[in-house]
Design a protein around this ligand. Structure first.
Ligand code: PHE
Length: 360
């Protein structure tokens, strides 16, 4: 059969010229597909006489194999070239630094809670917790504030609603963290050293008050703990917390039903050009209430006041955050304004610790 050489040259050059896999597939279909030129010639063999068919069949088969081999070789070549091209263009510099994405920050209140927990943990205080919906026995009675006591009015308490006929003990939103003193002592007995940071609630709202705010309670009970230990503990805490070489605290006689004697504590500071400085100056800023735990409170919590004594204090955490980080308005703490959070928030992975520095 002449013409086979022409066919061979035509398809081999088409194969060589196919620039990608789909062009190559078109060549394969045109030659060897069901309706392809060579397949059609194969089909025509049936009408030939046997001798001619034998010779033509052999050369057609040889041509078919040759084109088939050329198609395969070209296909492999194209795949290699495609891979090379991908390797050339789709590369990644794994030595590039990551792109920081500030998706969230730690709220200053959370930051301060972590900081003060780190400081008190270093002094041997464990962290205790109690419920925010508290029975009025823990919030008041056990703390030597009986029902008719005027201190109950001063606390601007939120009372939980009770259905008619509900005779469970009345509950309130805790007005301070002091009920955790009772819970911790009932749970662990004496001696004990705990702090209890958490949310508290009072009906009050202005630039320096929000109906929900945060306190940290401190409690240290042992056989011979005194006001001197309280003073040292608080000074040590303030020095570490405000990250200044020294602080000066002023203890003012005060009154709380659950401590005797009681003191409110002020810290020396200066306020110049809108800048607050802790540890120097001629101003005093009140930061906490404290005192020696009242014997009645120890007894209510199942601790024998003839054997044990100690101090307690309660500090406003939000106030501490405002003082340390220069935040002017308390209400903004709880507005969830992203711009505020980005400005005053802390990086999520910088956990405060004493050796590394509290607030890098
Ligand atoms: N619970 C008091 C308050 O909220 C603070 C306090 C705590 C005072 C412990 C003395 C001892 O004002």
């Amino acid at each position: 059969m002449d013409g086979l050489d022409t066919l061979k040259a035509k398809y081999l050059s088409a194969v060589a010229g196919a620039s990608d896999e789909s062009a190559l597939e078109e060549v394969r279909l045109a030659a060897l597909g069901k309706k392809g030129e060579i397949s059609a010639m194969m089909a025509g063999l049936g009408k030939m006489d046997p001798d001619a068919r034998k010779a033509a069949g052999a050369s057609l088969n040889a041509l078919k194999d040759e084109i088939d081999a050329a198609l395969r070789a070209r296909k492999a070549g194209l795949a290699d070239a495609a891979l090379d091209e991908r390797l050339r263009t789709e590369w990644l510099d794994v030595t590039l630094p990551g792109r920081p994405r500030r998706t969230g920050t730690i709220h200053p209140v959370s930051q301060v809670m972590e900081e003060l927990s780190a400081i008190f943990a270093d002094m041997g205080f464990a962290v205790a917790e109690g419920p925010q919906v508290e029975s009025d026995w823990y919030n008041f009675d056990a703390l030597n504030i009986p029902p008719e006591h005027p201190a109950r009015q001063e606390h601007d308490t939120f009372f939980m609603h009770r259905a008619a006929g509900d005779d469970r003990p009345p509950h309130v939103l805790r007005t301070h963290t002091s009920p955790v003193q009772i819970r911790a002592m009932m749970d662990k007995g004496a001696p004990i050293r705990v702090i209890a940071p958490g949310r508290v609630y009072r009906m009050d709202m202005d630039q320096t008050h929000t109906p929900m705010f945060h306190q940290v309670e401190g409690l240290a009970i042992d056989r011979d703990i005194s006001m001197a230990n309280l003073k040292w503990t608080l000074e040590e805490f303030c020095r570490a917390f405000f990250e200044v070489p020294s602080v000066e605290l002023r203890f003012r006689a005060s009154h709380f039903p659950f401590t005797e004697p009681s003191a409110e504590v002020d810290i020396r500071c200066s306020w110049e050009g809108g800048q607050l400085r802790i540890g120097e100056g001629d101003r005093w800023m009140e930061i906490l209430g404290s005192g020696m735990v009242h014997p009645k409170v120890l007894r209510a919590a199942g601790v024998d006041p003839d054997e044990w004594q100690g101090f307690a204090f309660g500090m406003g955490i939000d106030r501490l955050a405002m003082l340390k980080y220069g935040i002017p308005d308390l209400r903004a703490f709880f507005e969830s304004d992203l711009r505020w959070l980005r400005h005053y928030g802390f990086a999520a992975l910088d956990m405060p610790n004493l050796p590394g520095g509290l607030s890098r």
